[in-house]
Write a protein of this length. Structure first.
Length: 205
């Protein structure tokens, strides 16, 4: 028996970035407030749900976690178009993952819906002794791409909530302005959750 939905807005978010940067750890921290360093690499795609409150409204976040490996790229890009917000994640101890953000951003520009909200995330900011990318470099890249930027630590629970709440809040403001329609800004219907597919978490340190 279908009941009344228990949320006011449904927002679909996507985590992208190189394998091993800690996307799954960020998602696990946000969705379950837990952390484990022993996750295996995500196979294909996975998602989790968390309902939050913004401005007195219940907002259901459906957060998709994508594989970073090249062989899964065609699978994951298929999910770009349905996303209303995309978090581009790199590892502050891995300069290559940072340099690859421009490629990930180009993929978003090519495959995602027009006007999708984006945010740059530098994970593992607790690991100062192994840092390879400075906060200033991260901010400079974010300025170049024209998107917000935050450094986070899934391990120490630094700024993870802030990242997801900030992105969701920005999207909700746009949805509020188009409230006369029954769909979100990218035509995402307010439906019950889709079934997920894919593996367990992503490798993180």
């Amino acid at each position: 028996m279908a009941g009344t939905r228990n949320y006011d807005f449904l927002i679909k978010l996507l985590l992208i970035g190189d394998s091993g940067v800690g996307k799954s750890c960020c998602l696990l921290r946000f969705s379950e407030d837990s952390f484990t360093p022993s996750f295996i690499t995500t196979i294909g795609i996975d998602f989790k749900i968390r309902t939050i409150e913004l401005d007195g409204k219940r907002v259901k976040l459906q957060i998709w976690d994508t594989a970073g490996q090249e062989r899964f790229r065609t699978i994951t890009t298929a999910y770009y178009r349905g996303a209303m917000g995309i978090l581009l994640v790199y590892d502050v101890t891995d300069e290559r993952s940072f340099n690859n953000i421009r490629t990930w951003f180009s993929n978003v520009e090519q495959h995602a819906s027009e006007g999708v909200h984006k945010m740059l995330i530098g994970n593992k900011c607790d690991w100062e002794e192994k840092r390879a990318v400075s906060t200033e470099q991260g901010q400079q890249l974010a300025n170049e791409l024209g998107i917000p930027f935050l450094e986070v630590s899934a391990k120490n629970n630094i700024n993870v909530e802030k990242a997801f709440y900030t992105l969701a809040s920005d999207i909700k403001k746009v949805m509020d302005s188009t409230k006369s329609e029954q769909t979100g800004p990218q035509g995402v219907s307010i439906d019950q959750q889709s079934s997920g597919a894919g593996g367990l978490g992503g490798k993180c340190c």
